[in-house]
Design a protein around this ligand. Structure first.
Ligand SMILES: O=C[C@H](O)COP(=O)(O)O
Length: 249
């Protein structure tokens, strides 16, 4: 039995006021069990989030990290610092990091190792562009991203992470993958993992991301290989995110 995981990624959005709204709404939440919920606000909000969300079941997540522990890297934040501020999860290899900030597969792997080395739980993000899907290359691209990031990991390390499948064409576009499209890719990722170790493959949590909202979450989450969601736009309204969490029961 895999515990569902719903993660909200605020990207470069949000406010202290929104954090307080989450704190109020989720403090009295009647949520399905088992369920893990994580919120990934921008770095400056993490400390305020740890206060605002203290009475809620929501855990703290970061959106990226630098692979080094410390040093002369102006503007960067290390995993060790995140851990010190009570962060549990970190997104690695989000398509916006890959596309806008030129993170390559090897950078993704370095970040994955850095997160694991300080006890952060990584959510590895993978997904194909529309061009790649139209060319019939979806599984090739997704499995390349998964294998380059994970192949060098020890079996024990593989149990520490979740994978978010986010078709790039569905992110922020309002165009969601159909449950069948998402399920097909998730099943492919799980089969690929089973090639290493079938028991670990069954434990691996796979999240869907890409225009998930309160209306489509239940159908996506009902798919056998979809264990949760990575939610962008719909995590910017506490009520919408709450409704998605309710769908994970
Ligand atoms: O990290 C979240 C994903 O990029 C999905 O974003 P979205 O729900 O706004 O499409």
């Amino acid at each position: 039995m895999r515990t569902p995981l719903i993660a909200g990624n605020w990207k470069m959005n949000g406010s202290a006021e929104l954090l307080e709204a989450f704190g109020r709404l989720f403090a009295d939440a009647q949520l399905p069990t088992p369920l893990e919920i994580v919120l990934h606000p921008p770095f400056p909000y993490l400390e305020a989030a740890s206060r605002s969300l203290a009475s809620t079941p929501i855990k703290l997540g970061a959106q990226t990290l630098n692979p080094l522990h410390s040093g002369a890297h102006t503007g960067e934040v290390s995993g060790r610092m995140l851990k010190e501020f009570g962060v549990s999860y970190v997104l690695i290899g989000h398509s916006e990091r890959r596309q806008l900030y030129r993170e390559r597969d090897e950078d993704v792997y370095d970040r994955l190792l850095a997160a694991l080395s300080v006890g952060l739980q990584p959510i590895l993000c993978v997904g194909e562009t529309l061009e790649e899907r139209d060319a019939g290359r979806t599984m090739e691209v997704v499995l390349r991203q998964v294998s380059r990031a994970m192949a060098p990991l020890e079996p024990q390390q593989r149990t520490q992470l979740a994978i978010a499948y986010e078709p790039v064409w569905a992110i922020g576009t309002g165009r969601t993958a159909t449950p069948e499209q998402a399920q097909a890719v998730m099943a492919g990722i799980r089969d690929y993992q089973a090639g290493y170790n079938s028991e670990l493959a069954q434990q691996l949590r796979l999240l869907y991301g890409g225009s998930m909202n309160a209306s489509n979450a239940a159908e996506l989450l009902a798919q056998p290989d979809i264990d949760g969601g990575l939610v962008g736009g719909a995590s910017l309204k506490a009520e919408d995110f709450y409704a998605i969490c309710q769908s994970a029961g």
